[in-house]
Ligand binder design. Structure first.
Ligand code: NAD
Length: 416
């Protein structure tokens, strides 16, 4: 049976606590979420029936700033999942030293079986239900699994209509025309690229000589594959949910992106020179850098021992289970953890929020320059601590993130 995600998040804090000098009261406090709101969302469906959906918004920490984190729509959403994801957002914003906390929301629904109008009604009612705990200085949602910029636009509109004024800063990941940021769409992949480039520099490797395997061909996987392909790297294999393609000569990523953008799956790709492989074969393909950029729990106790790469760069959130992490460490596979590697997305979300609240919009050049500066600062800090203490980059990243939050709690004190 898989572990309860919130218990897993709490165990991670206990693990890091062994490495840092943390007050036991502060430790007890940061292992809990500050606030959870559970709401009922009654919706008249297109056929006239009333269906009641359940929704959550959890704020793990607002000690260092407003809550920040996505909203997911999925039948799998649970309160403990949302609490865990909110906790991980706290560590991600803290690691980047952004003045934000961690939050997450979700609605139990299956968008594949809902009309666009039903999704819009769910979004607007969910926003109204959580309206008192979100806001530009309170908690700023963003897209996550099965939510997108259109849904963020509806959240922005619902919030603004209720407040009687436009409030673009209530949510990030919006369409550019209503206060979204340039570069947000590609931000996570771009951040991964900056981190890998810096890592290769540390390891005295030439980035363009690296052979790459990417799991996931969506926003994150597609962007990083494209950037590395343009850099001259061989992308040996890539997959989507239908399966993967492999070529020891390297795949033509631009052609595959064109194919994907026509709404086609990789399984259907007509090219006899490319070998069709399963997602599990893809993960154990021999390469220099494996980038899991699809979903969580992909590198597990069952396949971790078979990985044939030197580096795992975590594009997805939680792609490696804790047991698998230990196996990779014992096999000298360097894992760059999700809270660092894929933090480009939240970083540019933060830029979107700054632009909205100051009503001044930046160029793509400025976005990428500032993103690079922030993510590489975090990378340097993680790298230095992991080298000095001879610990994994994951533990080093958690040490920095948890310490920063603990210090903020200490300075603010326990009210009253
Ligand atoms: P996406 O929906 O755009 O793409 C997901 C890709 O993974 C698709 O190609 C899909 O076919 C594939 N996939 C889905 N289920 C799979 C499975 N079981 N096995 C293999 N492939 C599967 O999503 P995304 O935005 O690219 O997000 C991917 C991961 O990155 C998620 O874990 C997400 O939480 C994380 N992430 C995303 C962002 C962002 O800005 N989009 C930021 C940080 C982290």
């Amino acid at each position: 049976m898989s572990m309860n995600p919130f218990e897993m998040a709490q165990k991670q804090i206990d693990l890091v606590a062994e490495y840092i000098d943390i007050d036991s009261n502060i430790l007890r406090f940061i292992k809990r979420v500050e606030r959870v709101l559970m709401v009922s969302i009654p919706i008249i469906m297109d056929d006239g029936r009333l269906q009641i959906f359940k929704g959550y918004r959890a704020q793990h920490s607002t000690v260092r700033g407003a809550g920040k984190g996505g909203i997911r729509y999925s039948p799998e959403v649970s309160l403990d999942e949302v609490k865990a994801l909110a906790t991980w957002m706290t560590w991600k914003t803290s690691l980047l030293n952004l003045p934000l906390g961690g939050a997450k929301g979700g609605v139990l629904c299956d968008p594949a079986n809902l009309s666009k109008n039903e999704i819009q009604r769910i979004t607007r009612r969910y926003t109204s239900e959580i309206i008192n705990i979100i806001g530009p200085h309170l908690d700023i949602p963003a897209p996550d699994v099965n939510t997108n910029k259109e849904i963020m636009g509806w959240i922005m509109d619902t919030y603004s209509m209720n407040k009687g004024r436009p409030v673009p800063g209530v949510v990030t990941g919006k369409p550019i025309e209503i206060g979204g940021s340039v570069g947000r769409q590609s931000a996570t992949g771009t951040g991964l690229f900056f981190v890998l480039e810096a890592l290769c520099h540390k390891l005295n490797r030439d980035l363009k000589d690296q052979e790459i395997v990417v799991q996931g061909f969506g926003n994150v996987g597609g962007t990083i594959a494209e950037l590395l392909y343009e850099k001259g790297c061989k992308v040996l294999a890539i997959s989507d949910i239908s399966g993967g393609l492999y070529s020891n000569e390297g795949l033509n990523i631009n052609e595959l992106i064109e194919w994907r953008d026509k709404g086609k799956s990789l399984k259907e790709y007509p090219n006899d020179h490319y070998k069709k492989i399963s997602n599990n074969d893809l993960l154990t393909t021999e390469c220099d850098v494996l980038i899991p950029a699809a979903v969580e729990n992909q590198i597990t106790i069952d396949n971790a021992g078979d990985l044939k790469c030197d580096i795992v760069l975590e594009g997805a959130n939680g792609p490696t289970t804790p047991e698998a992490d230990e196996i990779l460490n014992n096999n000298n596979i360097l894992v760059i953890p999700d809270i660092l590697a894929n933090s480009g997305g939240v970083c540019v979300s933060y830029f979107e929020y700054i632009q909205d609240t100051s009503s001044y919009f930046w160029s793509l050049e400025r976005i990428n320059k500032e993103l690079k500066k922030i993510i590489l600062n975090a990378f340097e800090e993680v790298w230095t601590i992991s080298q000095e203490k001879q610990i994994t980059p994951r533990i080093a990243a958690y040490i920095i993130a948890v310490n920063r939050v603990a210090k903020a709690v200490e300075l603010r004190g326990f009210y009253p």
